[in-house]
Design a protein around this ligand. Structure first.
Ligand SMILES: *[C@@H]1O[C@H](CO)[C@@H](O)[C@H](O)[C@H]1NC(C)=O
Ligand SMILES: *[C@@H]1O[C@H](CO)[C@@H](O)[C@H](O)[C@H]1NC(C)=O
Length: 359
């Protein structure tokens, strides 16, 4: 009997310790935030996109590339048996109609599970390189697929697959050359159960990896949950969204490719992908206003969406503005927002995609 009591007591203490760390460490994620509807005019769903539009990259000519159909641990998916897809949408066109991109022969489409994407234009010959983080389904390993985009044919030509032991579990990527990029690696463990613990307790083991064909290094460490990553228009700074700490980090690129921390901006919502407006330098961020609802999906009380914009990020007083918010009745789980000439595209982890006018 005594032993049972000791055991129960120990178990209770353990539970209390876990609960305390759970609450204190990451209370912001789990807290329910009342979301006020803050809609934009003339919103329309993008036709044919129903199972996610996790990341969006817009080329200077107005063509938006969209990754769709992500299957990810702890995240909802309404079409688990359908492979991932890439779409292109012409924002200069009269009708907003996404077209599925063909992928060149020989590429394994069945296991394609696209996540973060990034583009790089080689201005010597106008080649558009498209980098796609691919978590092979169902093994869930990480690799980067490098494609050449043939605009006239709506086709991606597969050039190569990039794997490296430091690219353990890549979330997002930002291309800085035809084969060179920074990537956020959002897990330490490879085991799926341990990964869940890692996420819940927010262990700060996420890293940013620099990859080039000649050199791969750990460029920055100790992020709670490194998610979206992007670069400033002048190429000097990297922005990293930390979704566990509700922070956007500004990091400076050093000559040796490591990244040093410049500042951290608390945004009060869980940031996912970051889009950088190349004219203004503003950051557009797809956010999860309520982590709990996102992780434990309930169709009667769905996760909402929030789009934030950060202006003057390098000044003394960056300005964070909520551009859009919805309680999940229109769009659920926004992961990205990319603006183009008075419009904004809103993408989601597992739901639809929306295009709205800015006021
Ligand atoms: C890279 O450069 C930075 C800044 O000059 C320096 O602090 C850091 O130690 C260097 N790291 C390596 C691995 O050389
Ligand atoms: C969201 O807000 C609308 C009002 O704009 C309301 O009708 C709807 O019931 C709300 N949905 C949820 C899931 O809270």
């Amino acid at each position: 009997m005594g032993r049972v009591i000791v055991f129960v007591a120990l178990f209770g203490i353990l539970l209390a310790v876990f609960a305390a760390s759970f609450i204190s460490l990451r209370s912001r994620i789990w807290a329910t935030r009342e979301l006020k509807q803050n809609h934009l005019p003339n919103c329309q769903y993008l036709k044919g996109i129903a199972y996610g539009s996790e990341d969006i990259a817009i080329l200077p000519n107005g063509l938006a590339l969209i990754s769709s159909g992500l299957k990810y641990p702890l995240s909802q998916n309404f079409a688990p048996d359908v492979p991932g897809k890439m779409f292109v949408l012409d924002l200069e066109g009269d009708v907003l109609k996404p077209v599925e991109l063909r992928i060149s022969h020989g590429f394994d489409m069945q296991s394609f599970n696209p996540h973060g994407i990034s583009t790089y234009i080689d201005h010597t010959d106008d080649t558009v390189y498209v980098f796609v983080v691919n978590h092979l389904h169902p093994q869930f390993t990480s690799q980067i697929e490098l494609f050449k985009f043939l605009e006239e044919d709506n086709t991606l030509i597969h050039l190569k697959t990039i794997k490296h032991e430091l690219l353990l579990n890549v979330n997002d990527i930002v291309a800085i050359g035809p084969e060179t990029f920074y990537a956020s690696s959002d897990h330490y463990f490879t085991d799926s159960i341990l990964r869940i613990f890692e996420k819940i307790f927010g262990l700060a083991w996420c890293k940013i990896i620099y990859y080039s064909p000649g050199e791969v290094i750990n460029a920055a460490s100790d992020f709670g949950g490194a998610n979206g990553i992007n670069i400033s228009p002048d190429g000097r700074y990297i922005y990293v969204a930390d979704f566990l700490d509700s922070i956007v980090h500004v990091l400076e690129i050093q000559d040796n490719k490591t990244l040093t921390r410049v500042k951290a901006i608390h945004i009060g919502s869980l940031p996912d992908n970051i889009h950088v407006d190349h004219e203004t330098g503003d950051l557009w961020i797809g956010c999860h206003p309520n982590g709990w609802k996102f992780l434990f999906y309930n169709k009667d009380d769905p996760p909402g969406s929030e789009i934030l914009r950060i202006k003057n990020i390098h000044s003394e007083k960056p300005v964070v503005t909520e551009v859009y918010a919805d309680n999940g009745s229109v769009i659920q789980g926004s992961s990205v927002a990319a603006n183009y000439k008075g419009k904004v595209l809103i993408g989601t982890v597992f739901h639809k995609a929306l295009c709205c006018d800015l006021h």
